[in-house]
Design a protein around this ligand. Structure first.
Ligand SMILES: [Zn+2]
Length: 299
């Protein structure tokens, strides 16, 4: 420690009562820099100062873009800028975890540094996913269900990448295929439904797609209403995910029916009924039963 700290002061983050909320950084003050020097209010990055410049450059633009996007639509809780801890662990994949106190621990895998340009959009999307967890957080005892947390983070990350444009049908189809096969006949919003693999991500994405469609109908075609819904969820203790999303889709009855079938319905005819409801929203959906059931979407 003495060697590390020889050059300068020691700092702890976050400060005040927020330090009791989760992760804490205690270390050399020169590890802490703004994520984006031009916009210091966006958040701080904690990383070793000897981090090679190209490693830093591989993460900071994606972090800055996501932080700015969410900040413009949802104020960060407590109006304190988030703290992102960059941990240079040789893990095989990226891992991000958020605790209270507005702190995100980002463990960047060795894979991250392989210079494969085609991975760049995926990389920024992953960063946007992790950063979203800093914004949609509960403050009372209960956490949101996984499908809400992960589905919203995936859906929001897509909006960052597409500048607010809704997902193309091909992207929804990928998520829907994963959801249909992994969720099967079980209700999504039930503690008895154990999450397998990408199930909460894919089914949560599909749930938010329905909500987004309903919210954009007859309004300005942007994502403001959806982010306002997430901001409400984060701000109002006791507001549960199913109620909040149900209220938001109520303006489009067929989407409301499809959402309810996804969240609470069980049984063999669920996906057939779901496809019929989605068709009424204006996207043709057809269900094929059998050993490999599928709902196919077409414009
Ligand atoms: Zn996540």
């Amino acid at each position: 420690m003495e060697t590390v700290l020889a050059g300068g002061g020691v700092t702890t983050l976050p400060t005040g009562p927020r330090a009791l909320g989760g992760y804490v950084f205690a270390g050399p003050a020169d590890y802490v820099t703004p994520v984006d020097a031009d916009r210091p209010e966006l958040g701080r990055l904690v990383a070793r100062p000897t981090l090679p410049a190209d490693w830093r450059a591989a993460v900071t633009p994606g972090l800055s873009r996501a932080l700015a996007y969410y900040r413009a639509r949802m104020a960060p809780s407590g109006a304190v800028s988030p703290i992102i801890v960059y941990q240079d662990r040789p893990a095989p994949y990226l891992r991000g975890s958020v605790t209270g106190g507005g702190m995100l621990l980002l463990q960047i895998g060795g894979v991250w540094r392989v210079p494969r340009l085609e991975l760049r959009p995926e990389r920024d999307r992953l960063l946007a996913h992790e950063v979203f967890h800093l914004f949609l957080r509960r403050h009372d005892v209960a956490d949101f269900p996984d499908w809400l947390n992960e589905g919203a983070a995936d859906y929001a990350a897509g909006l960052v990448m597409r500048h607010g444009v809704p997902p193309a049908l091909a992207e929804v189809q990928l998520q829907l295929d994963l959801c249909v096969t992994s969720l099967g006949d079980r209700p999504l919003d039930s503690p008895a439904t154990a999450a397998r693999n990408r199930m909460p991500y894919a089914c949560g994405f599909v749930a938010h797609w329905l909500v987004d469609r309903a919210l954009r109908q007859g309004r300005k075609d942007d994502d403001a209403a959806l982010f306002a819904l997430w901001a409400d969820l984060a701000a109002q203790d006791g507001l549960d995910a199913r109620t909040a999303l149900g209220r938001a889709v109520a303006r489009m009855p067929a989407a409301a029916r499809a959402l309810s079938l996804l969240l609470t319905s069980a049984g063999t005819d669920r996906w057939a009924l779901w496809a019929a409801a989605v068709t009424e929203t204006g996207v043709k959906a057809s269900y094929t039963a059998g050993p490999d059931p599928r709902v196919r979407l077409s414009p």
